[in-house]
Design a protein around this ligand. Structure first.
Ligand code: FMN
Length: 324
C-alpha cells in the first residue's frame, strides 16, 4: 500500500478544484495533498472517463474523490483511478445537495453506515492505493455522537483507516449546499473526541480553517488539516505550507515567478483550442491582501473575457503585481 501524507490538504470542491486549478496550486506547494472535484461513478462508467480521470504528472500527490453508493460501481471506478495513477480514492459522504441525495450520494449516506462500509471494503479490495472517507459529524435526525461513532466504527471495520471530518452536521432538507457550509455550527470538539476515541485512526480536520497558525494549532490534536474555501480564495496561503507544516526549507518564491511558471501551461492550453479563462479563473485570488489586488482581479475576471489577446492581459496582470 502506498502511503499518502495528509498533514495538509486542499479540499475537493466542485467546479473549483479541476485539473487546471490543481496544476496552479501545485506550483505554490509541493507537499499539499490535492483533491479533485467529486466525480460520480456514473460519470466515469458511462461518461468520458478519460476526461474525469485526467490529471497532470506534476499534480501528485493527488486524490480522486468519488460520489456513489453502489459498491460494485465504486470498486470499478477505484480500480480505474488506481490504474490512472491517482494516489488515493476518497468517498464523498459529506455533500448535502438535493441532486446527489436523490442518487444516494454524499451526506445522506451517513444514515447507512453498513452500506458505506460495504462500499469501502469493495473499493479497497484489489487496489493498493488507500481508500478514505470524507464525512460530516452527523446529519439532521442522526446527529448524536453515538451514531457518529457507529458510522466511523463500521467503516473502520471495513478497512478504512483515514477519515476527513467536516466538523459540522449537514441539514438535508431546507438548506442549500452553500448554507450547509456555514450555518450548522463548527464542532471541532466533536472531531477531537473522535480522535480520542479512535486513536489508531487518522483523523483529518476540515471546516472553517483560514490560517496556517490555525493549522499548526489543530495539528496538536489531529493528524492532518484540510482547507477548502480559503485555499481557493487566497491561494498564496499555500506558499508557506511546505515550510511551516512539513518542515521543508523555506522556498523563496514570488507570485510573479509562480505566474511565469504557469505561462507555458496557459500557452499550451490555448494552442490546443482551450480558453485562457479556463485557467485564469482559478488565479484571481492570488493578489488578495496585496496592493493592486482589484486591478489584478479586474484584468483577469473581466478584461480577459473581452479580448482576443488573452496573453497580453495576462502579462499586464502579472506586471502589475506588487510585493512578494
Ligand atoms: C464550491 C465548493 C464545492 C465543493 N464541492 C465539494 C465536493 O465536490 N466534495 C466534497 O466532499 N466537498 C465539497 N465541498 C466542501 C469542501 O470540501 C469543504 O468540506 C468545505 O468547504 C468546508 O471546508 P472550508 O471551510 O475549509 O471551505 C465544496 C465546497 C465548495 C466551497
Amino acid at each position: 500500500m502506498n502511503t499518502v501524507n495528509r498533514r495538509f490538504s486542499v479540499a475537493p470542491m466542485m467546479d473549483w478544484t479541476d485539473h487546471h486549478c490543481r496544476y496552479f496550486l501545485r506550483l505554490i506547494s509541493k507537499r499539499a495533498l490535492l483533491y479533485t472535484e467529486m466525480v460520480t461513478t456514473g460519470a466515469i462508467l458511462y461518461g468520458d472517463s478519460a476526461r474525469f480521470l485526467r490529471h497532470d504528472q506534476s499534480e501528485h500527490p493527488v486524490a480522486l474523490q468519488l460520489g456513489g453508493s453502489n459498491p460494485v460501481d465504486l470498486a470499478a471506478c477505484t480500480k480505474m483511478a488506481a490504474a490512472a495513477g491517482f494516489d488515493e480514492v476518497n468517498l464523498n459522504v459529506g455533500c448535502p445537495s438535493d441532486r446527489v441525495q436523490n442518487n444516494m450520494i454524499g451526506a445522506c449516506l451517513m444514515a447507512h453506515p453498513q452500506l458505506v462500509a460495504d462500499c469501502v471494503k469493495q473499493m479497497q479490495d484489489g487496489v493498493d492505493i488507500p481508500v478514505t472517507v470524507k464525512h460530516r459529524i452527523g446529519i439532521n435526525g442522526r446527529d448524536s455522537y453515538a451514531e457518529l461513532c457507529d458510522f466511523v466504527g463500521k467503516v473502520r471495520d471495513a478497512g478504512c483507516t483515514s477519515f476527513t471530518v467536516h466538523a459540522r452536521i449537514a441539514i438535508l432538507e431546507g438548506l442549500s449546499p452553500k448554507e450547509n457550509r456555514d450555518i450548522p455550527p463548527l464542532r471541532y470538539d466533536i472531531a477531537a473526541q473522535l480522535k480520542d476515541d479512535f486513536p489508531d485512526l487518522e483523523i483529518i480536520l476540515n471546516g472553517g480553517i483560514k490560517t496556517l497558525e490555525q493549522c499548526a494549532e489543530q495539528l496538536h490534536t489531529f493528524d492532518g488539516v484540510m482547507i477548502g474555501r480559503e485555499a481557493y480564495h487566497n491561494p498564496w496561503l499555500l506558499s508557506e505550507v511546505d515550510h511551516q507544516l512539513f518542515g521543508d526549507a523555506l522556498r523563496e518564491i514570488t507570485r510573479t515567478e509562480i505566474l511565469e511558471q504557469l505561462r507555458p501551461y496557459l500557452l499550451a492550453h490555448i494552442a490546443q483550442g482551450g480558453k485562457a479563462t479556463h485557467i485564469t479563473r482559478h488565479i484571481l485570488g492570488l493578489a488578495q491582501g496585496f496592493p493592486g489586488a482589484r486591478r489584478f482581479r479586474q484584468l483577469l475576471s473581466a478584461d480577459i473575457y473581452k479580448t482576443d489577446e488573452p496573453m497580453r492581459i495576462y502579462d499586464q496582470a502579472v506586471a502589475g503585481l506588487e510585493g512578494r
